[in-house]
Design a protein around this ligand. Structure first.
Ligand SMILES: [Zn+2]
Length: 262
């Protein structure tokens, strides 16, 4: 899998670390929502939770997706429609991103998937650090579902890796607590998911959690009438109503949470 090493390890990973650092600094300067928990404690917990998920992403998810693209030279839009490479890339991004919208909806609606996804939502603050807090079980399930959309798109290995880079960067951006000018964010939000939009999805209010599932492009939520926006974020309480005890939320608890009685 030299391609993953060449594209992901040597180019995408350093770029993602740089984006993380920039967003981390930006969200300390101008905060969108007032933090409630000690930052260092959250960084430690979320980083520990991220280790097995990141390991699976790098050594299982990416190799599986790349292998799929190398084996498939027949199926999917990319092979059935003779598009120029730029249009083919756009088409791939749209199909893969729509797949991720549907995967996120399923994570909220299917009880077994929610057991894993809830770990991400139990963070009591929302910032770039929350973008690390994904349970490794969620990654295992996504291999099959997202793999299906890789096949549907007929993407090449390079296109899949390019999408993954933008997907990870978008995830960091929309989880950040960076306060952008409302006007700037309104314009950006016409096309992509922004921090205010995703902040609503992390609210303890069920009506708000059941909205804004998109990852990169915001129009999937508009298309499915699951779109909600509110420029004022101070009313939003981040988290899940049943899991408000910060002392209980250790890294060990979060990693074993999906296998316990919820
Ligand atoms: Zn969610």
């Amino acid at each position: 899998m030299g391609l993953i090493n060449k594209i992901f390890d040597k180019k995408a990973a350093p770029l993602l670390i740089a984006i993380y650092v920039l967003l981390f600094v930006a969200e300390r300067r101008r905060k969108l929502r007032k933090p409630t928990e000690p930052l260092t404690k959250r960084i430690v917990i979320n980083s520990i939770v991220a280790v097995p998920a990141f390991g699976l992403l790098r050594f299982v998810f990416l190799p599986a997706m790349v292998k799929l693209t190398l084996k498939n030279k027949t199926y999917g839009v990319g092979y059935l429609l003779p598009l120029p490479s730029f249009l083919r890339l756009i088409c791939t991004f749209l199909i893969l991103d729509y797949g991720n919208y549907l995967w996120h909806v399923l994570n909220h609606r299917v009880p077994l998937l929610w057991r894993f996804h809830v770990v991400h939502h139990t963070d009591l603050d929302l910032d770039t650090n929350t973008a690390l807090r994904f349970h490794f079980g969620e990654m295992i399930g996504s291999v099959f579902f997202r793999g299906l959309f890789v096949l549907l798109s007929g993407a090449t290995a390079k296109e899949v890796l390019a999408y993954e880079l933008v997907f990870e960067a978008a995830t960091q951006f929309h989880h950040s607590n960076m306060k952008l000018p409302a006007v700037t964010e309104t314009y950006l939000n016409k096309l992509i998911v922004t921090p205010r939009m995703h902040g609503i999805h992390h609210s303890i209010n069920k009506d708000e959690t059941d909205s804004n599932y998109s990852v990169i492009f915001s129009f999937w939520d508009r298309m499915h009438q699951t779109f909600k926006i509110n420029p004022y974020q101070n009313h939003i309480i981040i988290g899940v109503p049943e899991y408000r005890d910060a002392k209980q939320m250790t890294a060990r608890y979060l990693l074993t949470m999906p296998f316990k009685k919820l």
